[in-house]
Design a protein around this ligand. Structure first.
Ligand code: ARG
Length: 402
């Protein structure tokens, strides 16, 4: 799963959810109750039946009456974060939702602490290449104090520069936040794969930027198993996709900073990041290196180059010992996930236009079916992309109300 503009083929891109209508940091008791009921229902085997629910609900109700919000137990937070993943309709990789590893950092909100823990997140998820799906949860919004926010779309992203003559260098997707980072004082070296600094905000500290230490960022140079000339393109990608700017909403509580990661599926890199015309746009150069006939679209040179690039990405990650999946394996796993959810008596929200891979869609079983309709606004717990995060990722400074 990811952010709103990632999927060009989405027919109806849901607009980013508006900020919660209620006052910031105030937990809605109905949402709290519904969440607790779900938690106790689904985890009843752990001794959390009806009675336990009633007792816990009374406690939470009192906390909300007194302070406007309440504190999740670690078990509630863990289940809530996992179900937020399970509810992510755009994510094909949800079979392992129940094993998401939680780093509980709810005591932290100062920007320096947040940045340092993001670095630790990247280090600890890596495990020598056996990447473990991980989320780090920072302080939530409360009526007294808003929680911290991270304005980068992901913990690791490459800068995108627009040169004075209009030519672009780097990732076209990040030109907004790159400009923003530079306006804060970051010196972008001007390369194609410069790792952006983290940009973190909290009302106590304001907005600050923090460079990521090199050894926290694992990168994979792209080579091809049969065509050595592919290395000449000098391509690389970071091994860990870690979404950083979505709010985690659990039972009426908003965690504005809760970066999470899984591992990559090669199409994300080999069919989108390196390929989209407004990003690295490498297919024309690759086709030339491969000696393909580019004189007409009907030679299908784009398609042929695309497949070879995807092979190269898988080969490179394998060579580097970095976990990565492919679209055939993941499609099958997703259908297994659907089956399991059905067995558990649940529906599974799924967005066809995001689930179907951007390479060889029709070769995968996820293409040949539809998915139940769902209401995004109703799905909770959830990861939510809000207006402010979208604007900040574009490098805009939104006007805040109140
Ligand atoms: N598509 C995004 C990217 O290419 C990453 C989204 C999350 N992907 C994942 N495999 N967990 O960076």
């Amino acid at each position: 799963m990811s952010t709103d503009t990632d999927h060009a083929a989405a027919t109806a891109i849901p607009s980013p959810a508006p900020a919660p209508a209620a006052k910031r940091g105030v937990a809605d008791p109905d949402e709290a109750r519904e969440f607790l009921a779900g938690f106790h229902r689904e985890t009843a085997a752990a001794g959390r039946g009806e009675e336990a629910f009633e007792a816990r609900w009374r406690e939470v109700r009192t906390q909300i009456d007194r302070s406007g919000t309440y504190t999740h137990t670690l078990d509630e937070l863990t289940w809530g974060a996992r179900v937020a993943w399970r509810n992510s309709a755009r994510c094909i990789g949800r079979l392992y939702w129940n094993s998401l590893h939680i780093r509980d950092r709810r005591g932290m909100f100062r920007v320096g602490d947040v940045a340092a823990e993001c670095v630790e997140h990247l280090r600890s998820t890596w495990r020598g290449g056996r990447i473990r799906p991980t989320i780090t949860v920072f302080a939530p919004d409360t009526p007294d104090q808003a929680g911290p926010r991270i304005w980068n779309e992901q913990l690791v992203r490459y800068a995108g520069y627009v040169m004075p003559d209009g030519t672009r260098v780097g990732d076209g997707r990040t030109s907004g936040i790159t400009t923003y980072a530079r306006s804060l004082g970051w010196r972008g070296p001007g390369g194609r794969f410069d790792v952006l600094p983290l940009i973190v905000e909290h009302e106590r500290d304001g907005v600050r930027w923090f460079p990521l230490p090199r050894n926290a960022v694992h990168e994979v140079p792209i080579t091809h198993p049969e065509y050595p000339q592919v290395a000449e393109l000098d391509l690389r990608w970071h091994a860990v996709p870690a979404i950083a700017n979505m709010r985690l909403e659990i039972g009426g509580v908003t965690y504005g900073a809760a970066p999470f990661n899984g591992w990559y599926m090669q199409t994300e890199i080999g069919a989108r990041n390196l390929v989209d015309a407004d990003r690295y746009d490498v297919l024309p150069d690759l086709a030339r290196l491969l000696g393909l006939d580019t004189s007409s679209e009907r030679t299908l040179w784009r398609d042929r180059a695309l497949v070879e690039l995807n092979r190269a990405v898988l080969h490179s990650f394998d060579t580097a010992g970095a976990a990565i999946t492919d679209h055939h394996t993941e499609s099958e796993r997703f259908l297994r996930h659907l089956g399991r959810e059905e067995d558990a008596g649940r529906g599974c929200p799924a967005d066809w236009s995001w689930i179907v891979p951007p390479v060889s869609g029709g070769l995968t079983p996820v293409y040949h079916r539809y998915y139940d309709a769902y209401d995004e606004a109703e799905l909770r717990p959830a990861f939510v992309l809000d207006d402010e995060a979208v604007q900040r990722a574009r490098g805009e400074t939104p006007v805040r109300e109140g």
